[in-house]
Design a protein around this ligand. Sequence first.
Ligand code: MRU
Length: 370
Amino acid sequence: MIWQVGIVQACLAPVYCIGKTLCLEALLMTQIEPIRWRNDALELLDQRLLPGQEVYLRLATCLEVAQAIGQMVVRGAPAIGITAAFGMALAAREAGGSLHWRDRLREAGNVLKAARPTAVNLSWAVQQQAELARQQPDAAQAYTELLRAAQALLAQDINDNRRMGQLGAALLPTEGGILTHCNTGSLATGGYGTALGVIRAGFERGYRWQVYVDETRPWLQGARLTAWELQQEGIPFQLNVDSAAGHLMATGKIQAVIVGADRIAANGDTANKIGTYSLAVLAHYHHIPFYVAAPLSTVDFALANGAGIVIEERDEQEVRRCGAQEIAPTAVAVRNPAFDVTPAALITAIITEQGVAHGPFAENLAKLRP
Ligand code: MRU
């Protein structure tokens, strides 16, 4: 059973300097907390309902957590990794009193990992928690330690994103058009964001950017979530349909593209939201730099290249409909790959919390590995 609770909290945002115009009044923004631990349960801001409704779902079992990930209550590679870490803690609590708690925890890990296949952060977080659990004498101690680790992972992710933001902002041009795809902000992470964190950091530095946000069909992460986040903070942007990207580049509106990642192979091939590959090809043709921002937990060093990345295929109805509105003839055949793979050769640099890697990525990503 998933319970609904509360709404998001408001607080005062920093003042942004946009171009040469200093905005003097502090902007009222919402401190976005996509994942939080309250009163012995996990609470997730339900991203299916945004921007219309801001509702938290309360989850008290590992199965509820796995379902919430599968149904995209929470989405974005780092966010689902952190959520899964809390799911493992809940599984340890549920297994308390059972002689077979280690087996039950292993099964819980498999259920979580099966919720969504592409983002490696999910299996990475489950693996980390499983290793920690192995060191514990009993389920009660495992619950305490896994909960502590999940909370630390959440806090660390926000710190890492801020670091990535600074490194990315130092790399990008200080003015011009910046195009982004999907949602890579607070909602997709513990907070602040990866690619959107770089955009936040640029505005904190006073860069003169015009942000372009791809709407990101079919789930509309750009139109619903990135637009909502940027609006909360008073960061100026324009929303465009995905197919406008080529025109925007050809007419000189875009000086850099920045996106997040769901899984980066050891050679730099990058899986990200469907449409990312097309953007990278377009950017290459127009000689526009193409950046990926992602924590090292998104790099799958065990995978030599992108050919081995499993691409999630989602429900056909997502394509036949736009929101609740049917837009295609009933039962029309549909393909709905949720991600694509951008070859490393099309990527200018990969920004991580440990530093920026340029090609050859096989060599330079490995150097950043802690
Ligand atoms: O299907 P989603 O919304 O989970 O896909 C999210 C993305 O593709 C993001 O770009 C990626 O996870 C990076 S989020 C910081």
